[in-house]
Design a protein around this ligand. Structure first.
Ligand code: SF4
Ligand code: SF4
Length: 284
């Protein structure tokens, strides 16, 4: 049976015996949800295996929870989202976070290093209407998360593997080693060793298939830190390659700026406040 509610959502009340899937959005750009829609060839077979029960980006039809698997995109940036993620957790048997926003706070976590009130007053004509938190935080800072899938955006093959593993009740086969391993597997020449190109591949988790180095570009870390990242060593190498301290700081402050290893490393390259103030005192 289908019922249309006043807010336009249609509620269906059958699960057809298949596991139910819900897809939720928090502070994000929707790119990771689009990865699911971009599955194209796999989407119809997937819809035969799972019931897509809640996915506002794709359909207004809603099957009431609880849900077997929830995919959560985006970070927590407002007081309302703190409450909403508790609800999502309560109605989800397995909760999987997808993308750099949900797993590390995303690019919007750059606010964590500044003054959010100042940003707000510069960006919005009427900041008094906004209710926002001073920090962008990953979903795992608020509720228990069963699995975190990295990337900005996530990789579709990894997403399908995680969904298949959830349905089959097994551990997903998602590597935690570095992008360098993927470069070696593809037979890529190392962009840093051969061309002196700064690259975060050694400290970044695999999953993209070494996309950037395969096109002679350095990795900028969109999959976040690998399981044992030696950020101090790579930062030293980046400096040797000619990057200034502010440039080293910035390379660690992108999509995964608030992930613990990248945050710590970027803070090591912040100007010493005493030195900075001494510099200001020197007459020009
Ligand atoms: S992780 Fe990247 S692609 Fe995914 S929602 Fe966040 S900004 Fe968009
Ligand atoms: S090489 Fe690095 S920056 Fe490029 S897609 Fe892969 S993880 Fe992201």
């Amino acid at each position: 049976m289908t019922t249309t509610h006043s807010h336009g959502a249609e509620h269906r009340d059958t699960h057809h015996g298949r596991p139910t899937l819900a897809v939720w959005k928090f502070a994000s750009c929707d790119g990771c949800q689009l990865t699911l829609l971009n599955c194209e060839d796999e989407l119809i077979p997937l819809a035969r295996e799972v019931e897509i029960a809640y996915f506002p980006e794709a359909t207004r039809a809603v099957v009431e929870g609880p849900y077997d698997v929830s995919l959560v995109e985006g970070s927590v940036t407002t007081p309302e989202e703190i409450e909403r993620i508790q609800h999502v957790r309560a109605v989800s048997r397995r909760l999987i976070t997808i993308g750099a926003c949900a797993t590390a706070g995303g690019i919007q976590a750059l606010r964590n290093f500044g003054d959010v009130a100042e940003f707000r007053s510069i960006v919005y004509a009427h900041p008094e209407y906004l209710s926002t938190l001073s920090r962008s935080t990953p979903i795992s800072a608020h509720v228990t998360v069963d699995f975190e899938l990295r990337g900005c955006p996530i990789n579709k093959h990894q997403l399908l593997e995680v969904l298949a593993a959830s349905i089959q009740g097994r551990k997903p086969r998602v590597p935690t080693h570095s992008v360098c391993v993927e470069c070696k597997r593809r037979g890529n020449v190392c962009v840093t060793v051969a061309h002196g190109t700064p690259c975060l591949g050694p400290v970044t988790q695999a999953g993209c298939g070494a996309l950037c180095p395969s096109f002679d570009r350095g990795c900028y870390g969109c999959y976040g830190p690998q399981d044992t990242p030696n950020t101090v060593s790579i930062a030293t190498r980046l400096s040797e390659l000619g990057m200034s301290e502010p440039e080293v700081l910035r390379i660690f402050r992108t999509f995964n700026a608030a992930s613990e290893p990248f945050r710590r490393e970027s803070e090591r390259h912040e100007p010493d406040p005493q030195q900075a103030s001494r510099g200001e005192e020197v007459p020009g």
